[in-house]
Design a protein around this ligand. Structure first.
Ligand code: NDP
Ligand code: MG
Length: 379
């Protein structure tokens, strides 16, 4: 029985983890859950799985909860998520969205728990620190993100397998068939119509700007200890190939499958074993697979993310937090699509260079968000 601490249980990934657990109740058990404000679903999950620990960050939402099973201790408030990282767990599945997941992932590693990581922002902001700490503690960071899971599979589940290049595929997001002029006027409601995947709002906007692919290149550099030159991204609109690895001899391995996160989620928990998922099997007859380069003029967020990584120190953290703030504003129709890269650029210019440690990252996160709000007032 694999005991799971599930951070972000009410989100798109969290709900798919729950369905994975429900599919194989003999293999998985949920020992703790955490969420932010979706109190109704959170309460349902609490009463269904009766985890020992349940944490809801938003205090006001927590007050609306009416029934707590006797087996469960409920924690609420800003840092309550840390309680969900419990000694009882065999693995911590980090499915929180954004920088907010970082402290709990650090806590899990310090506790010696393996982490199945969907929360890519944690590696983008603090990858250097997180990977160093994981190495020190002998903890595995197992990819859940579909591209990184694909690479893990192509590398025979070993981060030590030598490779020449990692090639990440990108769907191209909601605006892939439009011109830059057309994209400039699209509102968030249009950006949220992702062609191939059903995901949380923040990542769906990141897919439309292609910043998500920038985050994923950085994530791959940290997970597979690769310099930026060894990681490429290519647009593949069908999302059938989830990523590829090129080896020294010229051979390329790819992982294919119906686009569903249930495969990488379950595999992160059971690898190298594989079990049924209920995801449709792939049928390739009659299908055409297309590939093209990323248009950096149309998608300036992509090179901007890579630039922040090249700058080192806390700059990728600043880029990520500025993006989170800007995406929040775009979702509220307060800014336009191309204001997102403008605001990130501004935050990067104004960020002061700091060494990567948790304290400095927490500071950088707050500061980058404040810079975005400050610039918005000037626009
Ligand atoms: P969602 O927005 O759907 O869910 C996020 C989860 O995190 C929710 O449970 C939410 O709680 C919780 N949460 C958000 N902010 C906080 C906070 N400040 N404190 C505590 N809990 C918080 O996101 P996704 O499931 O789409 O994505 C989760 C992560 O996985 C992201 O890092 C994303 O990039 C990554 N990922 C997602 C994929 C997908 O298919 N969705 C694919 C690959 C990676 P509440 O519901 O209460 O707000
Ligand atoms: Mg991905």
């Amino acid at each position: 029985m694999i005991k799971i601490a599930l951070l972000g249980s009410t989100g798109s990934i969290g709900r798919q983890v729950i369905s994975t657990v429900e599919r194989h109740p003999d293999k998985f058990q949920i020992v703790s859950i955490s969420a932010n404000s979706s109190y109704k679903l959170f309460e349902e999950q609490m009463n269904k799985f009766k985890p020992k620990i349940a944490c809801l960050t938003d205090g006001l939402s927590a007050r609306k909860i009416t029934s707590i099973p006797p087996e469960t201790t409920l924690y609420t408030g800003e840092n309550s998520m840390l309680h969900a990282v419990t000694e009882d767990a065999d693995i911590v599945l980090a499915a929180v969205s954004g920088f907010a997941g970082l402290p709990a992932v650090v806590e899990a590693i310090k506790m010696g728990k393996n982490v199945a990581l969907a929360n890519k922002e944690t590696l983008v902001a603090g990858g250097e620190m997180v990977m160093r700490l994981a190495k020190e503690k002998g903890v595995k960071i197992i990819p859940v993100d579909s591209e990184h899971s694909a690479i893990f599979q192509c590398l025979n589940f070993s981060t030590q397998t030598p490779f020449k290049k990692l090639i990440l595929t990108a769907s191209g997001g909601a605006f892939r068939n439009y011109t830059k002029q057309e994209i400039a006027n699209f509102k968030a409601s249009e950006a949220l119509k992702h062609p191939n995947w059903q995901m949380g709002k923040k990542i769906t906007i990141d897919c439309a700007t292609l910043l998500n692919k920038g985050l994923e290149v950085i994530e791959a550099c940290h997970l597979y200890n690769a310099p930026l030159e060894k990681v490429e991204a290519i647009v593949h609109p069908e999302s059938i190939i989830h990523s590829m690895v090129e080896f020294e001899d010229g051979a390329v391995m790819a992982q294919l499958g119906f686009p569903s996160m249930e495969i990488p989620i379950q595999l992160a928990l059971t690898y190298p074993e594989r079990y049924p998922t209920g995801v449709p099997f792939l049928s390739l007859a009659g299908k055409t697979l297309n590939f093209k380069e990323i248009d950096e003029d149309k998608y300036p967020c992509f090179p901007l993310a890579l630039k922040s990584f090249e700058m080192g120190y806390n700059f990728a953290c600043a880029m990520n937090s500025a993006n989170e703030e800007a995406v929040g504003l775009y979702l509220q129709d307060k800014i336009g699509f191309y204001d997102i890269p403008r605001l990130i650029q501004y935050a990067l210019e104004k960020t002061e260079k700091l060494e990567v440690n948790l304290e400095n990252l927490l500071y950088t996160d707050k500061f980058a968000r404040a810079l975005v709000r400050e610039k918005l007032e000037k626009i």
